[in-house]
Design a protein around this ligand. Structure first.
Ligand SMILES: [Zn+2]
Length: 126
């Protein structure tokens, strides 16, 4: 499943950046046409798998997505934005020649991470 593999890639990148810190939020960008609900479900699934494997760095972490207009650059010379009807996953149909090309945006681009604050010793939060 395509969504799962792009989410696994995203989480792998986050793990390298987090270096053991506890991740709270992951922000990422995907082209219009990607199923954002599906991506969030995959993220939750990957995080649950990690927790089961004994890695709790992502426990309770959430994925926040923003979508950007999908674009393609086609061999026929067309370059531009696609309407949602011409997008299927990470592929798009060129309005110029009808050829199917890969979108010129990454399926899932990491924008940022936030980490849990360091534990303090001043007692339970008010
Ligand atoms: Zn074309």
């Amino acid at each position: 499943m395509h969504e799962l593999s792009v989410v696994e890639e995203l989480v792998a990148k986050c793990r390298r950046l987090a270096r053991g810190r506890r991740v709270m939020r992951v922000w990422a960008r995907c082209p219009e046409g990607m199923d954002t609900d599906e991506l969030v479900e995959c993220f939750d699934y990957v995080v649950a798998q990690l927790s089961q494997a004994g890695e709790g760095a992502f426990e309770g972490a959430g994925l926040r997505l923003e979508t950007v207009p999908a674009r393609i650059r086609c061999a026929c010379g067309f370059e531009g934005r696609l309407v949602p009807e011409d997008i299927a996953g990470h592929m798009g149909i060129c309005p110029g020649c009808g050829r199917v090309s890969e979108l010129s945006l990454p399926p899932l681009e990491l924008l940022g991470l936030s980490f849990a604050a360091q534990a303090t010793t001043c007692g339970p939060p008010a």
